[in-house]
Ligand binder design. Structure first.
Ligand code: PGA
Length: 250
């Protein structure tokens, strides 16, 4: 199974949510294949209308959020809990994205609690990890990935409801896609770490790549050994681009 996950970040509108969901649903219904799973992660505000559409059309497209709180309810103004996401029909949630780590000072320990909370509500957690350019230049990539995994996988979550996204911070939104060797090497390292944490079950966890994935590099990225899909930001907001990235799975 290859995952093609769209992270809209804080972009879009009601009109765009309707149009993009409709167009992508029609495409996947006509051309979709069982071995490629498309998941859309819009801002919270558009989840209900998209979920309503997708469920009414029995769409194969999955729906996810971009964050959740570690607690299930309480005095946490402005936050959304995992049970609420499950309640409105979400199946996935992106956690630990580098923008959350950077702008909301999320630590690995906090992300670990969110992963547990998400899974406790039946959601699949898309756990993001990745090194900065300075860390890569300092030959720290594998050490950073190990450290983030150690922090985010304690307590150990459910391997069956976990996707790991390797997103080098320097490749996000910059147009700089990591090259195939870098991706293969990082994914191999992540795979070894997952097996160390989970045992043989770690070999089955999907590891996807994110960072400036576009139609022009999607085929090569998806064909790179160890890559089980892509997490797409900017290009997921354009129907033709996201469709072509999905089609590149073939
Ligand atoms: P990008 O974002 O595709 O725009 O680089 C990827 C992400 O942040 O998930």
């Amino acid at each position: 199974m290859k995952y093609i996950i769209g992270n809209w970040k804080m972009n879009g509108s009601r009109d765009l949510a309707w149009k993009l969901t409709l167009d992508l649903h029609q495409y996947v219904a006509a051309e979709g294949r069982g071995d490629a799973k498309m998941v859309l992660c819009p801002p919270f505000a558009y989840l209900p209308l998209m979920q309503d559409f997708l469920s009414r059309h029995q769409s194969a497209i999955g729906l996810g959020a971009q964050d959740c709180h570690a607690q299930s309810s309480g005095a946490f103004t402005g936050n959304i809990s995992a049970p609420m996401l499950a309640d409105i029909g979400c199946g996935y949630v992106i956690l630990g994205h580098s923008e959350r780590r950077q702008y909301h000072a999320e630590s690995d320990a906090q992300i670990a609690l969110k992963v547990k909370a998400a899974q406790g509500s039946g959601l699949t957690a898309v756990l993001c990890i990745g090194e900065t350019m300075a860390e890569r230049q300092g030959a720290q990539t594998n050490a950073v990935l190990s450290q983030q995994l150690n922090g985010c996988l304690s307590p150990l979550p459910d391997a069956a409801k976990l996707i790991v996204a390797y997103e080098p911070v320097w490749a996000i939104g910059t147009g700089l896609n990591a090259n195939a060797d870098d991706i293969e090497s990082a994914h191999h390292h992540i795979r070894q770490e997952l097996i160390r944490h989970f045992g043989p079950g770690g070999g089955k966890i999907s590891v996807v790549y994110g960072g400036s994935v576009k139609p022009s590099n999607a085929k090569a990225t998806l064909a790179t050994p160890g890559v089980d899909g892509v997490l797409v930001g900017g290009a997921s907001l354009q129907f033709a681009d996201f469709r072509d990235i999905y089609a590149a799975c073939a």
